[in-house]
Design a protein around this ligand. Structure first.
Ligand code: F3S
Length: 390
């Protein structure tokens, strides 16, 4: 593996202890994955932000990195944390959890990371450009970056993305290289245009192809449909890169000769939906996985305007602080049903202490709620879930 003089100097501690440790980790990862060199990145997006997922070990690691003077070298944004920074009491969060969670955010801030705390940085906070090398964690966001935006990133883990952000470089392998971005299977999709159907499509495809690179025909996803699709494929499989004919920037150059074709239609969507449903009634309806966009906030407010919540079910709407601030009228309507929470989500918040049955319109959440939050799940279309409690 080749390192240039500047990279070797960082490894020798010239930029301080934090940067030295970061370079050590990036070089170790590069060796593991057989990278020949490092590549400069233009941005990073970091996961490992919730105290629930990183625990005291992760907190100590961040204390150590910040104390070593580590500072990010490129624009870096942060994934959702375990609670809304102000409204955490409404989420039944304990005070000691909140204290540690706020310290984690503070430490990321000290290292120069924008504490946006959202899994949809591409909606405004951190928008990657075509062909840019980046180091993003968060499986749905990095899949969007690779595919919908045409940037180049591997499935970085939390510490790897932080280390890459600090030195401004990552290991040059995997989806940074042209040969690994080519489609491996064609998917002919026969689905409707709702977000939930795109999520189910992702569930069906991810569970069939694992870590392949699908080339979609028959869909024309906008950013909301694409994020539902990408999130589900990353959770039911390990898809980090995909193409959609006439939509994604690299689709036009794809050679489909000799590729297997799979067909996904109503029967496969039904099977995907049934595979995720394990509850009949719920205590919490949680929407916003990935975080709600302005358009989705508008659609929800339209569904709820003039209606009353008549069932004793908690409702959470999860979005970014920026989107919440941009939608005051929608927020007012939605708050009649439940809190519009920023910075957090139903999976990285410690909901398992409070709820045992949760409804979602996201197949990504449908995969993770049982395993990471001990929930039984209802996975259904957003409008059906909201109508059932009016
Ligand atoms: Fe985002 Fe949480 Fe879903 S991080 S993609 S809302 S599991």
């Amino acid at each position: 593996m080749q390192l240039n003089d500047g990279e070797r100097a960082i490894l020798d501690g010239e930029r301080g202890e934090g940067a030295r440790k970061a370079m050590e980790l990036v070089v170790a990862l590069a060796r593991v994955y057989g990278a020949e060199n490092l590549v400069d990145i233009t941005s990073a997006h970091l996961s490992g932000a919730s105290y629930k997922t990183i625990g005291d070990g992760g907190l100590l690691y961040l204390e150590d990195m910040a104390a070593g003077g580590a500072k990010v070298a490129v624009r870096s944004t942060l994934n959702p944390i375990g609670m809304d920074r102000e409204r955490w009491p409404e989420m039944h969060i304990a005070g000691d959890f909140a204290e540690k969670q706020l310290r984690i955010v503070e430490l990321y801030g000290m290292m120069g990371i924008e504490t946006t705390c959202s899994c949809t940085p591409y909606l405004g906070a951190n928008v990657p450009g075509v062909g840019e090398h980046i180091a993003w964690a968060e499986s749905s966001a990095l899949s969007m970056a690779n595919s919908f935006f045409g940037a180049r990133t591997n499935r970085e883990g939390g510490p790897g993305a932080l280390a890459a952000a600090i030195i401004g470089k990552t290991a040059n392998y995997g989806y940074h290289l042209d040969e690994n971005r080519k489609p491996t299977v064609v998917v002919e999709a026969d689905i409707g245009d709702t977000l939930f159907e795109h999520s189910l499509l992702g569930q069906a495809v991810g569970s069939r192809i694992g870590a392949g690179v699908p080339y979609f025909k028959g869909i024309k996803p906008g950013v909301e449909e694409a994020k539902s699709l990408a999130a589900a494929m990353a959770a039911s499989g390990a898809v980090a890169m995909w193409h959609a004919e006439g939509v994604t920037p690299e689709a036009a150059g794809c050679d489909l000769t000799g590729l297997e074709t799979i067909k996904i239609g109503p029967a496969e969507l039904k099977e995907a939906e049934e595979s995720l449903n394990t509850a009949d009634d719920v205590e919490l309806i949680a929407l916003g996985c990935p975080h709600l966009s302005v358009r989705e906030m508008g659609e929800i407010a339209k569904l709820l305007k003039g209606k009353k919540k008549r069932k004793d079910v908690e409702v959470w709407f999860c979005t970014s602080e920026a989107v919440r601030a941009a939608c005051p009228k929608e927020v007012e309507v939605m708050e009649g049903f439940g809190p519009v929470l920023a910075d957090t989500c139903m999976v990285v918040a410690p909901i398992e202490g409070t709820f045992s049955r949760t409804a979602t319109n996201s197949c990504k959440a449908g995969n993770y709620l049982p395993t990471l939050c001990s929930q039984k799940v209802v996975c259904g279309d957003m409008s059906d879930l909201l109508r059932a409690i009016q």
